[in-house]
Ligand binder design. Structure first.
Ligand code: CU
Length: 150
């Protein structure tokens, strides 16, 4: 029995279509490189950082964050005010259409307060961000000691 010569191209086309559809669905908004700063000394609060990419045509915003390790999680911004680094809560963090926002030390970040247990370099916690359109993005965030503290 020899396969029908036209069977293979038809299958390929079907697989390509399926591939494109799946890709478009999963890539609308992505979250990556989540990490948490190892708390300094005996403090039970710290910052969490992540990159959020918006591949859609409409601007989005991060409006809330939550974590399995803390019931008090805030969105923060760190700014240089009169030579002093000050951080303050913000109600949202914009993610431009076809753009990204990088939550990083010295800039926007997620603040975890009253952490339920001590975490150290190598641990993992769950970090969930909620967008203004209702999307929830969850990621495992690795606890790391920043290079400057090693
Ligand atoms: Cu903060």
């Amino acid at each position: 029995m020899t396969p029908k010569p036209f069977a293979l191209p038809a299958l390929c086309a079907a697989m390509m279509l399926a591939g494109v559809a799946t890709h478009a669905q999963t890539a609308a908004v992505t979250i990556r490189d989540a990490w948490v700063r190892e708390p300094m000394g005996n403090r039970n609060m710290t910052g969490a950082f992540v990159v959020v990419e918006n591949n859609t045509d409409k601007p989005l915003a991060i409006v809330a964050a939550s974590s399995d390790i803390s019931d008090k999680v805030e969105l923060h911004e760190m700014k240089n005010e009169g030579g002093m680094m000050q951080m303050s809560p913000v109600s949202k963090i914009s993610v431009p259409a076809h753009g990204k926002v990088e939550l990083k030390p010295g800039s926007f970040h997620v603040m975890l307060f009253d952490m339920k247990k001590k975490v150290a370099d190598g641990d993992k916690i769950k970090l969930t961000l909620t967008l203004d359109d209702g999307t929830k993005l969850t990621s495992d965030a690795a606890v790391r000691k920043p290079a400057s503290q090693r």
